[in-house]
Design a protein around this ligand. Sequence first.
Ligand SMILES: CC(C)(COP(=O)(O)OP(=O)(O)OC[C@H]1O[C@@H](n2cnc3c(N)ncnc32)[C@H](O)[C@@H]1OP(=O)(O)O)[C@@H](O)C(=O)NCCC(=O)NCCS
Length: 312
Amino acid sequence: MRTMLNESIKKVIDAFHYDAHPMGILVSTLGVLSTFYPKAKEIFNEESRTRQIWRLIAKMPTIAAYAYRHQRGLPYVLPDNDLSYTGNFLNMLFKVTEQKYEPDPVLERALDVLFILHADHEQNCSTSVMRNVGSSQSDPYVAVAGAAAALYGPLHGGANEAVLRMLDHIGSVEKVPNFIEQVKSGEAGRLMGFGHRVYKSYDPRAKLIKEVAHQVFKVTGVNPLLEIAVELERVALEDDYFIERNLYPNVDFYSGIIYQAMGFPTEMFPVLFAIPRASGWLAQWQEMLLDGDQRIARPRQVYMGYDERDVE
Ligand SMILES: CC(C)(COP(=O)(O)OP(=O)(O)OC[C@H]1O[C@@H](n2cnc3c(N)ncnc32)[C@H](O)[C@@H]1OP(=O)(O)O)[C@@H](O)C(=O)NCCC(=O)NCCS
């Protein structure tokens, strides 16, 4: 329920240029939603707060799918509330002329797994932004827009896209050993999709996503980049450089290959991250609001500039 968008919001999406980045559309549309639901400002009213949380989680896939279809000049597809959360998302993305869209159960399940694994991950950059904006008691729509803006950056939501670019650049399995040597000598930059600030062992999310990749490829056909990724992982995990530094595949190593095989263009990847992460952002926002000790976020700045300056 609450999956539909007001017709005027569709006009907002229509106003974007055909090649607008879907993340730009998502961030802006989330801000626009704030103007449609003035009651959202009652953030200490439990009933209103719960309503806004459901509404935001329900509408994220709709906005994302409409951003995708707008780029292609395709008509928007109404949500089908008989389908699951991810089944309905696939419906709004890919339905053409059929009466009733039947999502492929393997792809539906794959998106479910990916969405669950991306739902929350403690104080990452976008979640901290959600808490910062929310701490001034703004409504949740603008706070989620701010969090999504943080996710837009390549250092946060863009790593899986960087993995795809790297695999493309490597080009074939035979070139993997040479590429690993270039990473070690600093010539090729970092091995994207490897290493994590917190996980110093195999990222448990990566293990599950690798399994999902094999299931998805049975439906979509194998993404040729998978072979390179598997070989890259094998060679790196046997190499002293990576062993000594505790570098293992992270959540981004296989997710981009799956999304590409499912037919998503790379600019949709951060949007696919934002949809499930909205539930994490909102859970963290609510937890913050209900914490009696919470005050407005206000980091202290230590001035280290000039003591005194002569000015004319
Ligand atoms: C995720 C990341 C930023 C975590 O960094 P971190 O925990 O701060 O680790 P550091 O930057 O301190 O690196 C520690 C050592 O490992 C090396 N290293 C870390 N990640 C590496 C990678 N992906 N490829 C090659 N070397 C890497 C560093 O060069 C450093 O080596 P040194 O001790 O010889 O200088 C980092 O691993 C990285 O840049 N990974 C690639 C990008 C990526 O996949 N991001 C998505 C994260 S979910």
